[in-house]
Design a binder for this molecule. Sequence first.
Ligand code: XBP
Ligand code: MG
Length: 252
Amino acid sequence: MAELKCLLWDVDGTLADTERDGHRVAFNLAFEEAGMDRRWDVPTYGELLAVTGGKERIKFDYQRRDLEPLPDEEIARLHARKTEHYQGLIASGEIPLRPGVKRLLTEAYDAGITLSVATTTTPSALDALIEHSLGSEWFKQFAVLAAGDIVPAKKPAPDIYFYAMQELGISSDNCLALEDSGNGWLAAHAAGLKCVVAINDYTHMHDFTGADLVVSEFGDPDAKNIFVIENPLNLDNLHHVTLAHLKTIMGA
Ligand code: XBP
Ligand code: MG
């Protein structure tokens, strides 16, 4: 029976709802500062989330409007400023962790489960979220922070998961991924991982067929019940998601 030894966490949309009020706003501040008239409203940004990675997303926005592409160096400059704005927004403390995230992280860490991150976002954006939303003591509680351009192919490619597992020296038989989006689920699945999905406003219409559990959020014991969207293993007591649930999924 496969034993749960490691949790691989996605970041954006999973640890915190960073996209609408964090990344999106930061892109727009960078566009404004650069004198561009482009602004990404909430629905438009939802469409652009089809492409992961901020630089790739800017490029995609030009492609899909049949505009002449921006040079890569200009995209890189814009994106660097976007990341600085994002760090400022995160430092202001306006984007909390999602319900149940800190509880589940703590429960797993205390039980000796290795914690790691596998994300598309830029390392300095991830660092800001850990420092301001979780607390800097968490830097040493994650064994590996796999992020951004360290692999050339971003999610839905499985590469960032393969990279994290290689760094950890662990196989997919002993890891479970936590995700929020269709691209994240596809990446985890292609890496051979079991996967629990906590949806959000941008991802609730995505296709999660085959995921091991799909819920509205991880939830907390003293809060309202979570919504269970897909529960193919018929897990019970899903008032909130616990480490025991994750272990059952791993062993199934
Ligand atoms: C997150 C992303 C990232 C962020 C923006 O996807 O796609 O690109 O939207 O971050 P996932 P950067 O949650 O699947 O990792 O601008 O730093 O790329
Ligand atoms: Mg995500």
